[in-house]
Design a protein around this ligand. Sequence first.
Ligand SMILES: *Cc1c(COP(=O)(O)O)cnc(C)c1O
Length: 493
Amino acid sequence: MSYDDRMSPDSPTDSSNSPVDGLEFDDVLQRAYRHVLSWRRSVADRPVFPAVTSDELRDLLTDGGPPEAGSDAISTLDVLARAGELGSTASAGPRYFGYVIGSSLPVAVGADWLVTAWDQNATLYSCGPAVSVIEEVCADWLVKMLGLPPHTSAGFTTGTQMAAFTCLAAARHHLLAQQGWDAETDGLWGAPRIPVTVGEQRHASIDRALRYLGMGTRVHEVGCDANGAIDLSALRAELDRTDRPPIVCVQAGNINTGAVDPLREVCELVHDRGGWVHVDGAIGLWALVSDKHRRLLDGAHLADSWTTDAHKWLNVPFDCGIAFVAHPDAHRAAVGVTAAYLEASDHRDQINTIPDWSRRARSVPVYAVLRTLGRAGVAGLIDRNIEHAHHIATRLSAEPGIEIVNKVVLNQVLVRFTAPGRDDDELTREIIGRVQDDGTCWLSGSVFDNRAVMRISICSAYTTTEDIQRSAEAIIGCSRDATAGRARTPRTG
Ligand SMILES: *Cc1c(COP(=O)(O)O)cnc(C)c1O
């Protein structure tokens, strides 16, 4: 049967030559640019959390149902811009302290536009040499700036979650291969069990990565000190319970307190037993670039794998996490791939460094920030935000009824509110709600040591001392209003 015979007789041939509407870039990108500037110029002065309801957003976007006929591209951008302006948090602004969410530097946003416009599939060198080489240079700079072992390999993932998956896949491969087990071919059916030991205050993404890897979440938990760093003697006791080489997950930057585990001592203990140390440095790995704060992570370079997020403290737009592995062969064996149709090269084929197949060139904004700020500039950003954390902690703790719960080491501050005759947990939650409604700054709550806390995380390159002062006064005002029983003001917007 010829190709023509296989075509159905009524297959449309005449429409295949007419262009799709809306292929002109100029007007559309000019419009997008105007919307972008309007958003970014307003972001410092807006209420940090929007006042819109989800119904209002839905009404704006659905407009009666799935469109049968199309609309012009400009009006589509206008609708999106309106929804975005009404319903986005000002997390790119200077007074967003919720979760751990960085802003994005202008050069990173600009570089991200280039990534979108180039529209390269960052999977193989043969799909686009430029983004492969940018990623290679970026990985090399990062390894040097962070002081990791020179042979360390790196992969750029959506975030630390998938970076942890990548690193722990490499760990699983490495430890099982040493025991003669091929996890990639045989899976884990009948494999020797790898003991996995974690701090009790690890981030939940570690458990999720272990789940995805078939290693399960029945891990050995080790207790922590008062600031949430792993207790070394408890770790030693736990490791003495088994003679199998373990995976031990520690962290540089506790999600609540910012505490850093004693990395040098952990690495020595674990390596004595032939194990693998993984460092979750989503927040704190960046302190390695700082002359002032590097000592917090003493011994970090001794570990076997590390993760961090560029979309947090490096201030690149979402999304970008990074997996670093000191055993490049294990890294590649765990996540790499070959297929007949893939043109492999002697260059960096990005597909061999992360679990994704096709993906955007998310290392490009990272390169842009590293080149523009330099190591010293990145260190300056880290140092400044840590200073801000101390500043806000000092100001808040001068107020009666406000207590700083953690020892501030990085950019995380935990706050607790007390008043005679009030339940502290309930009061703390009420004040978090009042601050969120007030709109000067935004932060979220957490539970630490079984008590409700307000959690402040400072990761923005835009935050100034004045923003810290304004935010501290807003928090203190809400605290005074709450303890005096004054009515809550409705959310501004
Ligand atoms: C944010 C965070 C993660 C998860 O990172 P994603 O980028 O959201 O995937 C893991 N660990 C810690 C300590 C974090 O702060």
